[in-house]
Design a protein around this ligand. Sequence first.
Ligand SMILES: [Zn+2]
Ligand SMILES: [Zn+2]
Ligand SMILES: [Zn+2]
Length: 330
Amino acid sequence: MASPGIVRLMSDLWKDSLDGIHPTVDIETGEVTYPEAEARLDERDGLAFEVLETLTDQDRLHREFQEKQYICPQCEAKGMQYTSACPSCTSPETVRTERYRHAECGHEGIQEQFLDDEDGAVCPGCEMDLESLERLELDTIHFCENCDAISETVDHRLRCRECHLVIHPMRATERILYQYYLTDDGADWIGEQLTARESLVEMLENRTLRTETDTTVTDESGEQVPVHVYATDDLLDEDIVAAVHEQPDESDVRNLLSIAQDADAHAILVTTSGNIVGKDVDRFITDDRLTVLQLANGGTLQREYEIIADPTKRNSFVGRIANIFRSQTV
Ligand SMILES: [Zn+2]
Ligand SMILES: [Zn+2]
Ligand SMILES: [Zn+2]
């Protein structure tokens, strides 16, 4: 469920070393990235945006609107720009300018044409002395450099920076960019995950194991795989790979077992909710290379857990309490 990368990200948000996660838009390409999230997540966590949205769905983060981005329907470039366009020829080459009009005679022109040599104003149409420009009507017009058309209004368009397509905004794909912040639920959740991890490390160190938190182990293919905790028993020459999850599911159990097997280590799985999710998860849990522990009140770890079929249906679990006669605080 929660990878070491996600725990890293959430824990920095929780410890206030990170006040939120903000999108960055590349001015050249329009590409959106989340550098604060990417710096903390691992490559195997997938796209930062998808991780952030998942955490938002889980109410661990909440999001705030930052801006809306438009995507080109022709070349899929991001960040189309607003442009006004000539209503006659559709060119974006329009210039906004002011037009003066003498109401009495109807003469129209730009500011310079109404000014005389002595800082006064004269109408070039009827030659009336106007004293100042304030007696003239003023409006804004748009002059098209492409077709010379003068228009009172312009069309509102979006222009692609890549392929230069100019289109009506309705034809572009919209995308909203959000900033992400920790929620109270998220703070409780990460607090609990870190408590469980610290309890686990403490327990291992009390047994004189050397521990490393948020580290990596090398898997069978030589790749570095992030793990929550890695511990070495120098005396007995034995290693332990441990993971902490709120509600570990079958894939969490399988991943942990596979990493442990590659590292030739024993696996410890800590469930902070006391549950493990999955109908067929039994067959993995009974593996004797795996120990399942639950985070109990007061931060202690116990050998007790429940298997539930579906975490969204709390009342219909088919679970059992395993190892109940061996239940103990370790
Ligand atoms: Zn006039
Ligand atoms: Zn034009
Ligand atoms: Zn385009």
